[in-house]
Ligand binder design. Sequence first.
Ligand code: C5P
Length: 219
Amino acid sequence: MSSINIALDGPAAAGKSTIAKQVASRLTMIYVDTGAMYRAITYKYLQNGKPSNFDELIQSTELELTYDKEKGQRIILDGKDVTDYLRENDVTNHVSYVASKEPVRSFAVQIQKDLAAKKGIVMDGRDIGTVVLPNAELKVYMIASVEERAERRQKENELRGIESNLEQLKQEIEDRDNYDMNREISPLKKADDAITLDTTGKSIEVVTNEILSMVDHLK
Ligand code: C5P
């Protein structure tokens, strides 16, 4: 499906990236994880000792997305592959703050728009349907109960050998959503023309098939 773009938005840990990867692979499209871009800038912000001037931080930043056949999307920050550091707690706990800053958003959004210009992209994030790809052929707003989102995150952590507390995960997810929904620039919200998809209690396969069927209905 190289003739369409799909925008997938929703709150934290709603399964967006898992589903976006599946959909992209089934339709031979390219998956773009925009959260990873904000995480990479946050990684640099932390490495640089939390500077207050975001204009300067961004002016000295080069961000490139590459694709590895086995590992998928890789984020190259100032010439270095930082992908493996982007899920660290420190990054997760600061990313919403960094992503609320105007120089950060305009920098990332421009790269995202350029990537999608030729179509064939499944892009997930918070403002894809509202700001980055307002003309995307299909917009999906994915939600799930906070309990289930925390449980899914806990399982993911377990697989990575990280122990985590369910109540704490729930709180962190809620805090991040609140911050993302209430920021001034491009807050997380459903685009008027997006289809809401509640994934609570549904398997990856079921949700993937629901989106594939939405794509079928575009024809
Ligand atoms: O999707 P992920 O959890 O990796 O996103 C990390 C953070 O990046 C979000 O909580 C949000 O603050 C920010 N983000 C954003 N706009 C996007 C994607 C992510 O503001 N399009």
